[in-house]
Design a protein around this ligand. Structure first.
Ligand code: GLN
Length: 192
């Protein structure tokens, strides 16, 4: 099981730690040739989506990554990663991969506090810890998108086909439930 973790900016090290604890091999995706190798899954970490979006283009990773996501490579996207996947960013003309049919609003949760922690239900995993850091929320979902979590009345987690996207940071809370479910999903597909 080999998971590629986008490692151009942001909280990628924590994702790698968690996926490795679950027995996955992780490779850091930092440059064009890294995204050519065989992968069973892809993690898009939190960080700053504008910076990440710029770097993946400048480093010639954009087309290959987008193609692999569109071809069905399982993806776990957190926070800025969710913004990279979204088909539409509210009040913006910028689109990054655009493979996830949702409208996302940046820096929308916890405007006053910046960051906060809750425990809420997520899909079939029961209540899990969720840390939000200058987080986006999902304002609108299109047909076929399954809502996995709502926090404070806003959508904080979705699944669409091969893409799981959350607005919080599951890699920071020592609860590997989401990563475990993602790695199971990676094991079910051949993505060579
Ligand atoms: N505010 C960041 C953005 O808009 C996301 C924050 C995060 O990933 N923790 O890209």
């Amino acid at each position: 099981m080999r998971i590629g973790v986008l490692a151009v900016q942001g909280a990628f090290a924590e994702h790698i730690g968690m996926a490795q604890e679950l027995g996955a091999e992780c490779v850091e995706l930092r440059q064009e040739r890294d995204v050519e190798q065989s992968l069973d899954g892809l993690i898009l970490p939190g960080g700053e989506s504008t910076v990440q979006g710029k770097l993946i283009r400048e480093l010639n990773m954009y087309d290959r990554l987008k193609g692999r996501i569109a071809d069905g490579l399982p993806v776990l996207a957190t926070c800025a990663g969710l913004i990279l996947l979204a088909e539409k960013i509210a009040d913006s003309d910028t689109v990054h991969f655009g493979t996830l049919p949702v409208v996302v609003r940046r820096n929308a949760y916890g405007r006053q506090l910046g960051s906060f922690y809750v425990e809420e239900h997520f899909g079939n995993l029961g209540k899990i810890p969720m840390t939000f850091i200058r987080a986006p929320y999902i304002e609108e979902v299109k047909t076929g998108v399954e809502v996995l979590a709502r926090v404070d009345g806003h959508i904080a987690g979705v699944r669409y086909k091969n893409q799981i996207a959350v607005s919080f940071h599951p890699e920071l809370d020592h609860n590997p439930a989401i990563h475990r479910q993602f790695i199971e999903m990676c094991g079910k597909k051949e993505n060579k």
